[in-house]
Structure formats: structure tokens, C-alpha cells
Design a binder for this molecule. Structure first.
Ligand code: UD1
Length: 420
């Protein structure tokens, strides 16, 4: 298993380039492979474990995939199979995205029920009721979700869960509804940029979707979809992580391809903390000239502060004077990184869904273990800022969502090496 060895205390300086969005690529690849009837070439695709896992699932379903130089070519093939087995689904929860498209295209789907993960319980009830609303019959047997429908019929529905709208359920239902008879209206739809990108891709292959990016999405069913050439949006969470990297090392980074309208809440909080952010045509320049201040943060669905940036913000606040309260509203148990940060000298306690972070003067390097993607990312950030050497174990979690992170960081002055 690979690990990162980081010598902390180096200021990051220079230009760092953001790759394509993981969370946009995954459903777009699914749509291209299952809903489309022609070859798609998807550009700006990041080379990530999760993208490899998804290609593995799509291959089992009969598609041919090839990822080369950030271009993912997908040939849907014969749409031969309708089962996504446990061995593949357990590696990546986003495999649930194949459920809606399979039942829309083939009239049936058998997808292993995704389990929990390091960030807590993650239900899929909204995915299932959404597809039931379109007329699918769903049962759960032997650990599998089995969905069947002679045809899907458009319907009106809300996809709001206890903590807001679900990104995954919105994407799943939106994909299924493209081939349904009639019109589907999703109220309380997720507004995340990745949903907009998916809708743009679907429209490019012949779908008829309006309103993506707003809480009301209308999908007018069409008979068939084709293939296209498409380029995915930049990864806003990777960009946000680099913004935090500039801040935590008191550095000066130009984060190329970061988009201001994707990062409004993150920008606002970093500025409130005293970070300088200059939005330019080619990205964000992030510098720190003054002492930072502690800020309180509450995660919420887009355009609110993303849960996928919560860990990184805790990392930054851990060496910022004062007390900050970081409240997690999307995945209440998503604090597994806190104990590892405390091992590096941070002073953080969890109380009722919030991390109470008392800023310390410095972190000190230690051996720490990544337990999920963003929890791993914050350990890298902490290692960059800490005194001495940090070893981050279980780097495969980080490889799920960050393309060549050690190369990108080393190129702007970090001392970080991967050891196999
Ligand atoms: C996606 C992102 C993930 C991000 C999350 C929230 C992908 C591949 N992953 O995950 O990185 O952290 O959005 O922005 O895009 N919920 C239900 N019932 C459901 C589904 C969800 O109650 O059927 C709840 C969840 O428990 C959670 C909230 O809804 O509290 C949001 O989850 P959701 O938006 O569905 O997350 P994912 O799509 O899994």
C-alpha cells in the first residue's frame, strides 16, 4: 500500500492546475454507456481510481471504455447485461448511478445494495422512491436492489431528504426520466454544478431537460439518445482543497481552471478568515499576508458550504488562533479525520454534530492514516503545514479523488513523495 512522506513547513508558490470533476464524470460516463446508443468521447476526465472503478462496472454491463490522456471514450456496445455485482459496487457507492439508466434502457436492473462507508450511513431511499414514482417496481432481495418496469412514465416528485436534496437521487432519476414517456418534474432537486453538467451532457446526446441548477428540473422524455463529444467541468473540490493548501502554508498559488461560481461559499469563508482571493479569468490567486482568523462554518447543499470541504476547513482552522465551530449537516458522522488531526497536535472535539476547533500554534508531523477521500486530503494539508515529517498511510483513499496530488503539490514547492 502506498504512503506519502511529507516534510512540512514549506510555503507553496506557483501555478497548480485543477483536473476535471470526479463527481461530474461518474454519472456522465454512466449516461454515455447505458442511455446512449452511440460512441461518446468525454474530455477533461481525471485519472482516478473512482473513474477506473466506474469503467469496470460499465464494462461488466457490456460497454467498452478507454481512458487515455484525459479523454474517456465510451462505446455502449450491445447493452448486454443488467446486473452490477457486489464485488464492484462495494468499491464505490456511486455505482448506484447505474440503477435508473438500466431500468430506463433495458426495463430491468439488478444492482448490489451499497453499504455504509467511513463517512457514516448513506441511505438510498430517495433513489428508490424516485424510480418507483416513474413506475418501476422495486424490491430488495439477497443484498441486491431489483428494479423492473415495462416502461417508465413521467411523474412529479420531490427528492428532498432530511438534510436537503440528494445529488445522487436527482442524477439517477434525471437519467431515468430522459427515456420515460411524458414529462417528469423534480421539485427540491439538487442544484450542484455536477447535476448541471450531467444535464448538459444528456441534452447533448438528445435529451430534453430544463431547469438543471435550480430546485425545479423538468425532463421531457425522448425515444432515444445518441453519443457526443463533451468536456466535463473542473473539479471544484480539488480546487477548494488547493485553496486551503495555499492558505495553510501561507503561500501564493494560482489555482488554474477554478471557477468562481462553483466556489462562492468556500471563497466567502476563506476571505472571512483573512485569506486573500483574487478571481481572475484563468482561476483563483490565493495568498496569505496577514494572520488568519477563526471562522464558523456550516455545511449545506449547493450553493452552501460543501460537506466535501469540511475536513479541509477543519485542518486550516486547527492552526488558526481562536475557536471555530464547524457544523456538519449533510453527513453528521463525517468527523473521522478529527482524531488523526489531534494526533498531530490539533485541539478538536466533537459535540452534537459540530467540531469545536481550538487553534493551536503549530501541528507536529506524525504517522497518520487516511480513512476516506477528504479525510485523507486534510491529512496531506496538515502534513504540509506541520513541523517535521508526516507519513500518510492508506493513500488509496486519496487516489480515489485526486489526480497526481503529490506531483501537483511538489511542483509548487511541497516536499511530498509517494513510497510504494
Ligand atoms: C454526492 C457526492 C459526495 C458529496 C455528496 C453531498 C458523488 C459521487 N458524491 O454524494 O461527494 O459529499 O453528494 O454533496 O457525487 N440521502 C437520503 N436518502 C437518499 C440519498 C441521500 O436521505 O436516498 C441523504 C444522505 O444521507 C445525505 C444527503 O441526503 O444526508 C445528501 O446525500 P447525497 O446528496 O445523496 O450524496 P451522494 O449523492 O451520495
Amino acid at each position: 500500500m502506498d504512503k506519502f512522506i511529507i516534510q512540512g513547513g514549506r510555503r507553496l508558490e506557483g501555478t497548480i492546475v485543477v483536473s476535471g470533476s470526479k463527481n461530474a464524470t461518474l454519472p456522465i460516463a454512466v449516461a454515455a454507456a447505458i442511455l446512449g446508443d452511440g460512441v461518446s468521447t468525454i474530455h477533461n476526465v481525471p485519472l482516478l481510481q473512482d473513474v477506473n472503478f466506474m469503467c469496470g462496472v460499465l464494462e461488466v454491463l457490456g460497454a467498452k471504455t478507454q481512458l487515455e490522456n484525459s479523454v474517456l471514450t465510451i462505446d455502449p456496445g450491445e447493452h448486454a447485461a443488467y446486473e452490477a455485482p457486489y464485488d464492484l459496487v462495494r468499491k464505490m457507492r456511486a455505482s448506484i448511478y447505474v440503477l435508473g439508466p438500466l431500468v430506463a434502457k433495458l426495463g430491468r436492473a439488478r444492482v448490489s445494495f451499497p453499504g455504509g462507508c467511513a463517512i457514516g450511513t448513506r441511505p438510498v431511499d430517495l433513489h428508490l422512491t424516485g424510480l418507483e414514482n416513474l413506475g418501476a417496481q422495486i424490491k430488495v432481495e439477497h443484498g441486491y436492489i431489483v428494479a423492473e418496469a415495462n416502461k417508465l412514465v413521467g411523474s412529479d416528485m420531490s427528492l428532498r431528504g432530511p438534510s436537503g436534496s440528494s445529488v445522487g437521487a436527482t442524477g439517477n432519476v434525471m437519467m431515468a426520466a430522459t427515456l420515460a414517456e411524458g414529462t417528469t418534474t423534480i421539485f427540491d432537486a439538487a442544484c450542484e454544478p455536477e447535476i448541471v453538467d450531467l444535464a448538459n451532457f444528456l441534452n447533448a446526446i438528445g435529451a430534453n431537460i430544463e431547469g438543471a441548477g435550480t430546485p425545479v428540473i423538468k425532463i421531457h422524455g425522448v425515444k432515444e439518445l445518441s453519443g457526443t463529444k463533451y468536456s466535463v467541468i473542473p473539479d471544484r473540490i480539488e480546487a477548494g482543497t488547493f485553496m486551503a493548501a495555499a492558505a495553510i502554508t501561507k503561500g501564493d498559488l494560482l489555482i488554474k481552471h477554478a471557477l468562481p461560481h462553483h466556489l462562492g461559499a468556500v471563497t466567502e469563508k476563506l476571505i472571512e478568515a483573512g485569506v486573500n482571493i483574487e478571481w481572475r479569468d484563468d482561476g483563483a490567486r490565493v495568498t496569505v499576508t496577514d494572520k488568519l482568523r477563526s471562522v464558523d462554518v456550516r455545511t449545506s447543499p449547493f450553493p452552501g458550504f460543501p460537506t466535501d470541504m469540511q475536513a479541509q476547513m477543519i485542518g486550516l482552522m486547527s492552526i488558526t488562533e481562536g475557536i471555530s465551530v464547524i457544523t456538519e449537516t449533510i453527513f453528521p458522522d463525517r468527523f473521522i479525520h478529527v482524531s488523526e488531526l489531534n494526533r498531530m497536535g490539533a485541539s478538536i472535539r466533537i459535540e452534537d454534530g459540530s467540531a469545536i476547533v481550538k487553534g493551536v500554534e503549530k501541528l507536529s508531523g506524525a504517522s497518520v492514516m487516511a480513512s476516506d477521500l477528504r479525510a485523507g486530503a486534510v491529512l496531506v494539508l496538515a502534513g504540509l503545514a506541520a513541523e517535521g515529517e508526516t507519513t500518510v498511510l492508506r493513500v488509496y483513499h486519496i487516489d480515489r479523488g485526486y489526480e497526481y496530488i503529490e506531483r501537483k503539490l511538489a511542483a509548487v514547492g511541497a516536499s511530498i513523495v509517494r513510497v510504494s
